[in-house]
Design a protein around this ligand. Structure first.
Ligand code: ATP
Length: 507
């Protein structure tokens, strides 16, 4: 089983993620979160919410509706432009996003560059210098040029909506269908990603609405409500977490690309002249946030956009090294005044800010940070999941989540159920449960109980044994090192508080 299949089956087996409607064989690209999955998801949300809202005096949170007035999507440009280029392979009849086929081809060029660098590193050993290798190797220079040419041409074709040219690129690069190996492609067509629904009981007399494809528009249409009710002054941000829906053309990478997913977005309203400065600020602040959760910083990188969304003047992706390669986990977009201006135009309502110093009104510019909660979940899950041999021939699957985000913080075990040990363990459990998500487990051997807690990522197991009755201590077993130590029962809360500290993550 490869790593990704192992991850998907672990997520199901241990109650993190189930295919939606599993008993009906599931529904493509829609998933349910299980008992430990929802806890992890809520902890990620909480960490993001605290980092964005609690720590910033000038960011407030809202929660807006999924169904919005249909004119919102005219104003935002989604009806006109929220399209992906679709292409079918005539032999396999599989459907693809045409731009992604080209991007995947470029990923393969990138991989060739990586391989060339690694080969030189092995040959030159200590004398190897990556920078020099990049500028002197004719092979790398040629590959880089080839990739740049393709990306530029793709960006141009997307901007100009010359779908034929996207098809020409696919043909010229001789891109094959991964299933059938066939190069027989249909023309490229545009496909709007929004889900439509009807408002009210009578289909023919009702309004057609859309399930929102992003949460951002809820912040834009509430700009005046929020600024008037909170007296926020520019620069300030509006943040929210909520569901978004996209009828994705291809959705084949587990929870990476779903048709129903959750976003954690923040729109930061700034003076027009300050757009670039704040874009850089949020780009780096958000990158730092990701690094605070990992011990593997090389799993993250920026990818500045060549092709920009219809509303953006600059954009970068924070990419994460998923099991299937580097892919976007969060987007940072400089959205100019596009959205507010268009909502003013379509609604006839002023969405402006009055600058008392300059005695003038202006439409604020917007920097947006937009992270997919499910992609964050997948990133965290994949970097935390390890298969380890802990003694000769004995293996464990362990989820090494950052402690503050772990679904269950501690498990409390009596060594055996008799002789009053269960009562003492239950007493400890009852004291801790008001403060922390803890579980009590008395069945099976201690070894099996440890294995199960490792598999769901519980950082600490507290075992009550006979010594506990004598000196009021328990054994603490650490998930990552498997080290065990004695701890006074009176100090358990302090021990957990110290380990769980939110500040530790954001320092
Ligand atoms: P992609 O290029 O992968 O389709 P995007 O550029 O369309 O993503 P944005 O519109 O910038 O994505 O959305 C912001 C964030 O929402 C993304 O960084 C991603 O984490 C998340 N996201 C977008 N589409 C999906 C999806 N179909 N499933 C899960 N998360 C998604």
């Amino acid at each position: 089983m490869n790593n990704f299949h192992f991850l998907i089956s672990h997520a199901k087996l241990y109650g993190f993620i189930f295919p939606s409607c599993d008993i009906y064989d599931g529904i493509s690209a829609i998933y349910d979160y299980g008992p430990y999955g929802i806890l992890l998801k809520n902890n990620i949300k909480d960490f993001w919410w605290k980092s964005m809202i609690q720590l910033h005096r000038n960011i407030v949170g809202i929660d807006t509706s999924i169904l919005m007035h249909p004119t919102v999507w005219k104003a935002s440009g989604h009806i006109e432009a929220f399209n992906d280029p679709l292409i079918d392979n005539k032999d396999s009849r599989r459907r693809y996003r045409a731009d992604l086929l080209v991007e995947e081809y470029c990923d393969r060029i990138e991989y060739k560059i990586h391989k060339t660098v690694e080969k030189a590193r092995n040959i030159l050993g200590e004398k190897f210098d990556e920078h020099i290798c990049f500028i002197t190797s004719p092979k790398i220079t040629e590959l880089k040029k080839q990739k740049e040419r393709i990306i530029k041409r793709l960006a141009l074709a997307i901007d100009n909506k010359t779908l034929n040219d996207i098809r020409n690129i696919i043909e010229e690069l001789e891109i094959r269908d991964t299933e059938s190996g066939s190069k027989s492609w249909t023309d490229v067509r545009e496909f709007n990603l929004m889900f439509k629904t009807n408002f009210g009981p009578l289909r023919h007399k009702t309004l057609e609405l859309y399930l929102r494809p992003e949460t951002a528009q809820g912040s834009f249409v509430n700009f005046s409500n929020v600024s008037n009710s909170t007296l926020m002054k520019i620069p300030f941000g509006i943040a929210q977490i909520g569901k978004a829906f996209r009828n994705e053309i291809i959705a084949r990478q587990f929870i990476f690309r779903m048709r129903e997913f959750e976003q954690m977005e923040m729109q930061f309203f700034v003076a027009p002249s300050k757009e670039r400065e704040w874009y850089e600020y949020w780009k780096h602040t958000r990158f730092k946030w990701h690094l605070s959760l990992t011990i593997e910083p090389h799993f993250y990188r920026f990818h500045d956009h060549d092709k920009l969304a219809h509303y953006a003047s600059a954009a970068t992706d924070i990419e994460y090294l998923f099991p299937f390669g580097f892919k976007e986990i969060e987007g940072i977009h400089s959205r100019t005044d596009f959205d507010l201006k268009n909502h003013q135009k379509y609604s006839g309502k002023k969405l402006q800010f009055f600058d008392y110093n300059r005695h003038q009104h202006y439409t604020p510019y917007v920097i947006e940070t937009s992270i997919g909660l499910d992609r964050m979940f997948l990133g965290l899950f994949s970097s935390s999941l390890k298969e380890e041999e802990f003694s000769k021939g004995n293996f464990r699957s362990v989820l090494k989540f950052p402690i503050a985000l772990a679904p269950i913080k501690a498990a409390i075990f009596p060594l055996v159920k008799k002789d009053g040990l269960a009562e003492l363990a239950e007493k400890i459990f009852n004291e801790l449960k008001c403060k922390y998500m803890v579980i009590y487990e008395a069945n099976e051997s201690i070894g099996k109980r440890y294995r199960r807690q490792d598999a769901i990522g519980t950082p600490f197991c507290f075992t009550v044994d006979y010594q506990s009755q004598r000196d009021y201590t328990i054994t603490v077993r650490h998930r990552d090192s498997m080290r065990q130590e004695r701890l006074s029962i009176n100090k358990i809360t302090y021990f957990l508080e110290e380990k769980m500290d939110f500040q530790k993550l954001i320092q």
